[in-house]
Design a protein around this ligand. Structure first.
Ligand code: MG
Length: 204
């Protein structure tokens, strides 16, 4: 299983970090050791003083494919879920300034908490109108709607599959809306897809 992730896919989030709107999807990956399941606590790593939450819709790939055309892309999606793309913003900032890769800033252990709930695609009415949000200690921090994505699910799948053969079980983090910010020890993160609680875990 691989984890692909798309950066800068919501305009309002691009603005809050003073990034440029990309011409093509910004792609990075995380190793499988990044995944946290079962609402396991997230341990703040010692190497960063600024770990940010990024709540994102996650796609699970249901069949193998490469060079997938946009019009067939949804046939390759098994289900959707929610995850957090934890980012060591200080390490990422250093890498960005030097034009270096983001791997350690984005792919460290536990940097991808993932809901255990996956909603089959055929139960989704409209993939371009899904509300999701993140609360910390009961306060709303991020709120997104998949209709605001710059690159659609179909486009992302088609684009990724030009470079990488997508395999059954692969995960795609589709980008975060605005409201990212630091987490600290003792925080309780709760993420919802529409009104369904998908994730609830503690920062330790
Ligand atoms: Mg992200």
């Amino acid at each position: 299983m691989r984890i692909f992730a798309i950066g800068r896919n919501y305009v309002d989030h691009i603005h809050e970090l003073n990034n440029e709107r990309p011409d093509d999807p910004v792609v990075f990956t995380k190793p499988d050791t990044a995944v946290l399941r079962n609402n396991a606590p997230f341990y703040l790593p010692s190497f960063s003083k600024d770990v940010h939450h990024e709540v994102e819709m996650v796609l699970k790939i249901g069949r193998e494919g490469k060079n997938i055309e946009e019009k067939f892309a949804l046939k390759y999606v098994d289900s959707i879920s929610l995850g957090i793309d934890f980012t060591a913003r200080d390490l990422q900032q250093k890498a960005k300034e030097k034009g270096l890769p983001w791997d350690i800033a984005k792919g460290f252990n536990g940097s991808a908490p993932l809901s255990d709930t996956f909603i089959p695609l055929n139960e989704i009415k409209d993939l371009r109108n899904i509300n999701f949000r993140l609360e910390i200690d009961g306060k709303l921090k991020q709120q997104g709607n998949t209709g605001l994505m710059i690159f659609s699910v179909e486009y992302i799948i088609s684009y990724l599959s030009k470079f990488f053969t997508l395999k059954t079980g692969d995960l795609i983090f589709t980008g975060t809306p605005k409201g990212v910010g630091p987490v600290s020890v003792g925080n309780r993160l709760t993420a919802y897809l529409e009104d369904e609680k998908m994730l609830e875990f503690e920062v330790k």
